[in-house]
Write a protein that binds this ligand. Structure first.
Ligand code: ATP
Ligand code: MG
Length: 214
């Protein structure tokens, strides 16, 4: 199965693009969704987070206090590494499991930090969603109610837009309106369908280092 890695900067439109592909009945595997599911109450990953970090990151209802943990790891590189060591192998294992269950021509793997986690080898092709930085900041501000400074810090903590575009096979520019984006997605969909004819469905070929023992 042809695997398209979808990535792009914060707020550039990854989720919006995923929805447009889903409308075309393309299966979407979303690393963000998976990471949210992994830290639900009673999940082993949440228990590991609880024992590695302080109890203060668990709310009274047993849910992870995402905002507090996100803030903590943002200014603590070691904690960020520890958190990634807990979550990344589990995320990639779940991605591999979901791929094995599919029989479609191609699928979209939405991995926001595809470059930052060096996961390029997991996919056959990389699709970057991009938009100009002012639009990006405006959209995130409207959606998340954050200050411009906070958003700029988040953008600066990710691989640059230039790097992402230079290392993509395909780029979707999402600076304009949604209907332009939908047209561009439809065009890419037809292209991916034609490419997929050269791929045969095979078992997932993730490298061994991404497998974890259970
Ligand atoms: N073409 C567009 N025109 C206007 N608003 C848009 C457009 N594309 C996306 N948006 C809006 O911009 C915001 C960010 O888009 P979206 O959530 O798809 O980005 P994302 O890359 O998934 O963000 P994140 O990195 O936070 O997951 C959303 O509120 C979305 O509705
Ligand atoms: Mg998103």
């Amino acid at each position: 199965m042809l695997k398209i890695g979808l990535t792009g900067g914060i707020g550039c439109g990854k989720t919006t693009v995923s929805c447009l592909f889903a409308d075309l009945e393309v299966p979407i595997i979303d690393a963000d969704d998976i990471s949210h599911q992994l830290v639900q109450p009673h999940q082993p990953a949440l228990q590991k987070i609880q024992s590695t970090f302080s109890e203060e990151f668990i709310l009274e209802n047993g849910q992870l206090n995402r905002a507090a943990l996100k803030k903590y790891i943002f200014s603590n590189p070691l904690a960020k590494q520890q958190l990634e060591a807990i979550l990344h192998p589990l995320i990639f294992q779940e991605i591999a499991t979901q791929i094995r269950q599919l029989e479609n021509a191609y699928c979209i793997l939405s991995i926001p930090l595809l470059f930052e986690t060096n996961s390029q080898a997991l996919v056959d092709r990389i699709l970057v969603v991009d938009c100009d930085e002012l639009t990006q900041i405006e959209r995130v501000q409207k959606r998340d109610n954050l200050s411009i400074e906070q958003i700029q810090k988040m953008i600066a903590s990710q691989a640059s837009a230039e790097f992402k575009k230079n290392n993509a096979h395909d780029v979707l520019n999402n600076t304009k309106n949604r209907s332009d984006l939908a047209k561009a997605v439809k065009k890419l969909h037809n292209f991916y369908l034609s490419l997929s004819q050269n791929y045969t469905t095979h078992t997932c070929d993730f490298p061994d280092y991404l497998r974890i023992s259970t």
